[in-house]
Write a protein that binds this ligand. Structure first.
Ligand code: HGY
Ligand code: MN
Ligand code: MN
Length: 405
């Protein structure tokens, strides 16, 4: 397969946006200049291709390839451009660039879709700034209301609604509405870099998703008593850091024992001084499990152990689920149709995606995964070989051709 100049050029264009020179990772938090630059780049690509851009009031975009005689419910494809803090280049952008490249491939082949094809970008998929994953697609579909989003703030106290109000959104924002989109498309296909090693083990460059594990984000507020690090006897302390530390170990152990996933990746300590016993530790548990029952049991057990330890430490624990996403079973017929001809493996994923939100909103949905040689993701080391990315573009183009004919 000869490399597609469209894909490689687009990849080069995006590469510097939001990349840290220190780590090589990406900081494309929603409505920051880096993420808005990436969003502008996408709009420019859409304009160059003559796509009709529609957007909602939060910055979600769908750009349409709608040839004159195209009619009926079409196909939506795309992903996101935001990243986790110090994330990789591929998580999100690969699906956006591949969608545009697939349109190019189909046009180069002289294919005219009988149904419209939409290319989408959803904002704040990672929840890296405002805490709620897939915030853009949740707002678009109504899974989260604007009233609920009003309370969301970033780490500097900036409200989501204020960040949106100050951001430069595409002209005509407001034209994109879920009720219309739901009628305009028959299905959504999101291409994504794989975030594990399943495709490596199966020796396949491309795979199709079967399901998303249920998962959630849970905030633990550990309260204690601030005191002097030198003069306070060890037995007199009420140290929330100890309760927190034991909870991290307990979560890891319980997840291992039950074959599930539990991670504390974010912590906030007050007052965060070297020579003071802290008064408060706030930490976020990311938990994922093979079923909703397993997820609930895992979180309940971590909470029980945290409370038990708090009793010993003389501290307090308050647990707040910030978001819980139920299991998503993707449309099995659609997955079979996509995987069938080429025999691509159909595999579950433990990562969340906008595709899960659209599926939960009733839109038949599928995902294509592109092999990731190390499986590393949410890290500057995330990678996919160009040959596999181009295989992904081919797979997406073939899928769009099949679904939009
Ligand atoms: O966090 C996730 O599962 C996804 O990568 N957004
Ligand atoms: Mn991600
Ligand atoms: Mn992603």
């Amino acid at each position: 397969m000869s490399p597609s100049p469209d894909f490689t050029q687009m990849w080069r264009d995006l590469e510097p946006l939001g990349r840290s020179s220190a780590s090589g990772g990406y900081f494309r938090q929603p409505f920051t200049s880096a993420e808005r630059e990436a969003a502008s780049w996408f709009l420019e690509q859409c304009r160059d291709r003559g796509l009709d851009v529609t957007a909602d009031e939060y910055g979600n975009v769908v750009a349409w390839w709608r040839p004159e005689n195209a009619s009926g419910a079409g196909v939506l494809t795309g992903s996101h451009l935001d990243s986790v803090l110090d994330g990789g280049a591929y998580d999100g952008p690969l699906g956006v660039v591949s969608a545009l490249a697939a349109v190019d491939v189909l046009r180069d082949r002289g294919f005219t879709p009988a149904r419209p094809i939409g290319v989408s970008v959803f904002v704040e998929e990672e929840g890296s700034r405002f805490g709620l994953a897939c915030l853009g697609s949740r707002l678009l579909t109504g899974a989260t209301t604007v009233e609920q989003a009003r309370d969301l703030r970033d780490r500097d106290g900036v409200f989501f609604v204020d960040a949106v109000a100050e951001a430069e959104l595409p002209a005509g924002a407001g034209r994109l509405r879920w009720a219309d989109l739901r009628e305009q498309v028959a299905c959504f296909v999101e291409l994504h870099v794989e975030q594990g090693r399943d495709l490596v083990d199966r020796d396949a460059p491309v795979g199709v998703a079967s399901a998303i594990w249920p998962h959630g984000r849970y905030r633990f507020d550990f309260g204690g008593e601030a005191n002097h690090a030198g003069t306070t006897r060890m037995e007199d302390r009420h140290d929330p850091m100890l309760t927190y530390a034991m909870t991290v170990l307990a979560a890891n152990k319980q997840a291992r024992l039950s074959g599930q996933r539990a991670t504390f990746g974010r912590v906030d300590v007050h007052p965060n001084g070297t020579n003071a016993v802290p008064s408060r530790v706030t930490a976020w548990l990311d938990a994922r499990a093979e079923s909703e029952e397993h997820l609930a049991a895992l979180v309940a057990e971590v909470e029980r152990l945290a409370r038990e330890r708090a009793g010993l430490d003389g501290t307090s624990v308050v647990l707040t689920p910030e978001s819980v996403s139920p299991e998503v079973a993707f449309d099995a017929d659609l997955a079979k149709r996509i995987a069938g001809a080429d025999g691509w493996p159909v595999i579950p994923t433990m990562a969340g995606h906008d595709a899960g939100i659209l599926s939960a909103a009733g839109l038949p949905t599928a995902m294509l995964f592109v092999r990731n040689p190390t499986g590393i993701s949410h890290s500057p080391a995330e990678h996919a070989e160009t040959g596999d990315c181009l295989a992904g573009v081919e797979a997406l183009a073939a899928t769009l051709e099949r679904l939009a004919s």
